[in-house]
Structures are given as structure tokens and as C-alpha cells.
Design a protein around this ligand. Sequence first.
Ligand SMILES: C[C@](O)(CO)[C@H](O)COP(=O)(O)OP(=O)(O)OC[C@H]1O[C@@H](n2ccc(N)nc2=O)[C@H](O)[C@@H]1O
Ligand SMILES: Nc1ncnc2c1ncn2[C@@H]1O[C@H](COP(=O)(O)OP(=O)(O)OP(=O)(O)O)[C@@H](O)[C@H]1O
Length: 300
Amino acid sequence: MLFRRKQEITHADTTVRARAKINLTLDVTGRREDGYHTVEMVMQSIALHDTVRVTTIHGEKKPRGIVLSCSLPFLPTDERNLAYRAAELFYKETGALLETCEIHIEKRIPVAAGLAGGSTDAAAVLRALNALHTAGLTDDELCEMGLKLGADVPFCLRGGTMLAQGIGEELSLLPDMPHCWVVLCKPPFAVPTKEVYQEIDSVDILEHPDNKGMMAALNQGDYEGVCAYLSNVMETVTAAKRRQIGEIKSFLAENGADGTLMSGSGPTVYGLFSDESRAKTAAKMLRRRFADTFLTETCN
Ligand SMILES: C[C@](O)(CO)[C@H](O)COP(=O)(O)OP(=O)(O)OC[C@H]1O[C@@H](n2ccc(N)nc2=O)[C@H](O)[C@@H]1O
Ligand SMILES: Nc1ncnc2c1ncn2[C@@H]1O[C@H](COP(=O)(O)OP(=O)(O)OP(=O)(O)O)[C@@H](O)[C@H]1O
């Protein structure tokens, strides 16, 4: 008689917080031949996050490959999802054994908002798979892989307060931004990142951020200085077309924000507050008009 040992099924899983980012500054300094733009920007992680759970299963009779699910039904769950592409890339580049890899994303970061929502999910998947497969990739190797998915992914892998140059991948650690409360408000329209970069090519940028000033303020732990140096060249382009950007900024400033700016390619506008109760009140009032309003805080 032939005995076949029943194959053992093993599950391993990990859950990662995928944090959003805001831009404290964003300058576009040139255009490369491949169409990508060189930037100089100060980025900051915030507490608002998606939760990404990754489970690897080995020993099932029928391995199912990468299976992604998401709490937002309108987001794609195939290779159009950046988190799915991150898993595909990880397995391809490391040669790790792919049987079944389940990814579930609990989405809280508003989509197409200038907060690096897709990029941070992708970064979370790379980190999770590196741990689950004990692949031993260094931070630099993960960032190199992440850059193939998008310019914001390397920052999302590292987080904190960073100066980003190149196309966003040359990262230098800066002193932590002094802690403050952040009210985020996303008006109800989407702004494709690619279009904003294209429009930047056809306008004269009259006012560039003072990144040196911003970094000096960070070095001194000077919160008021940070607020004074907030600046984003993309804000001018988008605000000229969408009056809500200016309206949200004015509302936040009139209701206790110490500084306001559009994040990334927008359209999310944020206000920084040293005072939590003022931030809460401003968020509550703004939410009556814009449902996608969040109260969060800086996170290092
Ligand atoms: C606006 C920012 O969010 C600021 O942090 C980022 O620069 C955008 O980063 P991202 O969304 O990860 O960008 P990707 O997904 O790599 O690129 C989307 C599109 O934006 C344009 N793009 C992006 C980054 C960059 N430095 N130059 C560009 O011109 C390219 O046309 C590209 O096709
Ligand atoms: N995991 C994901 N989460 C959110 N959007 C995703 C994801 N994967 C793919 N997408 C697609 O990517 C597009 C941009 O969404 P995302 O939230 O990443 O934009 P964003 O915050 O403006 O990015 P960035 O700040 O990096 O420019 C959306 O249209 C969405 O369909």
C-alpha cells in the first residue's frame, strides 16, 4: 500500500500601516528626456493610513497567485492596482516562491488626492513581502525596486521628514518636523498627476519654494518658520482652474490654521494647526461642505 503524507499548509501574515504624505514644499526644477520632471521637495509622513494585510499561503493543492481585495469597491484589484504590481515585481525580482499571496487593503486615504495613496500601499506590500519571505532586501534595494512602480514609492518606503530630489527618489533625511495637527480637505474632483506636470511645462513659474529656508526652519525646530515656508508650484496651476482650492485655504486660515497648502499634485488642501481643538473645530465645519475632510497629525 502506498501512503502519501498529507502536505502541510502554511500561512504567514503581516499587517502594515501605509501612511499618507503631504508636501511641505514642491518645486519642479527641470524636465528629463523621458518626460519625467526633476523636483526638489520636502515631504512629511502623516498619521492617516491605509491598513495593508499580506498573507502568504504554501502547500495548497491549487496555488492561486496574487489575490487582492480592497475595502473600496471601485478600485481595481488586478494589475491596475499599484499594490498588486508591487507584489508581482517583488516575486519577479527576488525569485521568491509564489504560491498564494493574498493582499487586503483597508482604504482610508482618499484616492487621487495628492497624498500618495497608491504609492504607500505599494511600499507596504514590498516591506511585508520582504519580511514574510525573509528576502533580506536592504532599504536601498527596496527603494530601487519601489522606484520602478512610481516616483513617490521610495519616500513612502522610508517615511518621516525628507528632502526629495531627482524625480523624487534621491532622499535625504531631515530633522523631524515639529509635531502638529493636520486638517486635510479633498474637494470632489480628481487631478491626474501627469496632467499637472504637463501643464507646469507651459507656464512660467514665478515663485519657487525656498527649500533652504524650509530646511533651516526644520533644523531649528521652528514650527512658525515651517508654516511660513510652505510652498508648492503646482498649487498655482490647479488653483487657477479650481476656485475650491483658494476657498478651502482661506477657510482654514480664517479658522486657526498656522499655514495652508495644496499637497502634491492636489487637489487635497491641508492646514497645519498647533492647537488640537481649533483643528477639530475647523475640520468639523469644513466636513459639512466637503465630505472628504480628515483630522490627522504629523508622524515621524
Ligand atoms: C506630485 C508628487 O506626488 C509629489 O510628491 C509626485 O511627484 C508624483 O509621484 P507619483 O504619483 O508616484 O508619480 P508616477 O506614478 O511615477 O508618475 C505619474 C506621472 O507623473 C509624471 N511625473 C511624475 C513624477 C515626476 N518627478 N515627474 C513627472 O513628470 C509623469 O508624467 C508620470 O507619468
Ligand atoms: N492601491 C491604490 N490605492 C489608490 N489608488 C490606486 C491604487 N492602485 C491604483 N490606483 C489608481 O491610481 C490613481 C491615483 O491614485 P492615488 O491615490 O495613488 O493618487 P495620488 O494620491 O494623487 O498619488 P500621488 O500623490 O503619488 O500623485 C487612481 O486613479 C487609482 O485608480
